[in-house]
Design a protein. Structure first.
Length: 231
C-alpha cells in the first residue's frame, strides 16, 4: 500500500463527508483526492500558500499557531506535513485544539527498522529531497531552504504529548500502520538501489508478522470518545 492509498483508507474510515475539514500543509493533489471522494466542506491551508499552484482558494496557516478558535472545524487533518515544522508537538496540539470531532495525522513511524534504515542511508534523516528543485531557497523546514529533520513518531510519544496538554482526559487515540517502500533517495546510487530491492522483498514478509515496524503511521484522535480521567 502506498502512502496515498493509506491516506485515502484513513479518510474514508474516520472523516465524515458532511462535516467541515481543515487541511494543514495541503497540496493540490491532496485537495483533488478529497474532492474525488466527495468531501465538500474543505478548507486547504499551507505555511506559504502559492495560489498559482491551486485550483481553489488556499489560506495561510502556521501549524504551530493556528489562527482559529477552539473547535472551529469538525476535523483537522494533515498528511506528511508535520515533519516540516520546527515545533512538531505544538502542531499536533494546535490541530487537536481547533478540531471538534477528531484529528487525523499521517506521518512516519519511528520504528527500529526506520532508525536502522536511516543509519544505513536508505531513509533520510534530514530531508534534502524536500528542497525546491528550481529554487533551493525554498522547501525544507518551514520553506526556509534548510532541509528539515524527518521527525517520526511512536504511540507513546503521542500519548505523552496529549496527556501533558490535557491530563484531565483519557484520550481516545487509534493507531494504524502500513508501508510504502518506494525510495527515490537511493535510485541514483546503483549499489544502494540493488541492495534496497532485495531488502524490500524481505521486509514485505517481515511486516506481516511485525506490523508496527512499518514506516507509515496514522494517528486518529477521537475527541468525541475521550473521557474524563478520575484521579
Amino acid at each position: 500500500m502506498n502512502r496515498w492509498s493509506f491516506y485515502k483508507k484513513n479518510l474514508l474510515e474516520y472523516i465524515d463527508k458532511k462535516f467541515s475539514i481543515l487541511i494543514i500543509g495541503g497540496s493540490q493533489e491532496e485537495f483533488d483526492l478529497l474532492k474525488k471522494l466527495e468531501y465538500e466542506n474543505v478548507t486547504i491551508s499551507n505555511f506559504f500558500p502559492d495560489q498559482t499552484k491551486f485550483s481553489s482558494k488556499i489560506i495561510h496557516v502556521d501549524a504551530t499557531n493556528i489562527q482559529f478558535d477552539d473547535n472551529s472545524f469538525d476535523y483537522v487533518i494533515t498528511h506528511a506535513c508535520i515533519h516540516h515544522v520546527r515545533r512538531p508537538h505544538s502542531a499536533i496540539l494546535e490541530m487537536y485544539r481547533v478540531s471538534r470531532v477528531g484529528t487525523l495525522i499521517i506521518e512516519g513511524n519511528d520504528s527500529i527498522i526506520m532508525r536502522l534504515s536511516s543509519k544505513l542511508g536508505f531513509s533520510e534523516t534530514f530531508e534534502t529531497s524536500s528542497l525546491d528543485k528550481n529554487n533551493k531557497s525554498k522547501g525544507g523546514v518551514e520553506e526556509s531552504g534548510i532541509p528539515n529533520y524527518v521527525y517520526r513518531w511512536t504511540e507513546r510519544e503521542i500519548f505523552k504529548t496529549l496527556a501533558s496538554y490535557e491530563p484531565n482526559l483519557k484520550h481516545k487515540i487509534i493507531y494504524k500502520y502500513a508501508n510504502d517502500l518506494e525510495n527515490t533517495g537511493v535510485q541514483n546510487n546503483r549499489f544502494q538501489n540493488t541492495i534496497y530491492k532485495c531488502i524490500k522483498l524481505l521486509l514485505k514478509v517481515f511486516f506481516i508478522f511485525f506490523k508496527k515496524q512499518q514506516n507509515l503511521l496514522s494517528i486518529y484522535i477521537d475527541k468525541k470518545k475521550s473521557s474524563k480521567r478520575i484521579f
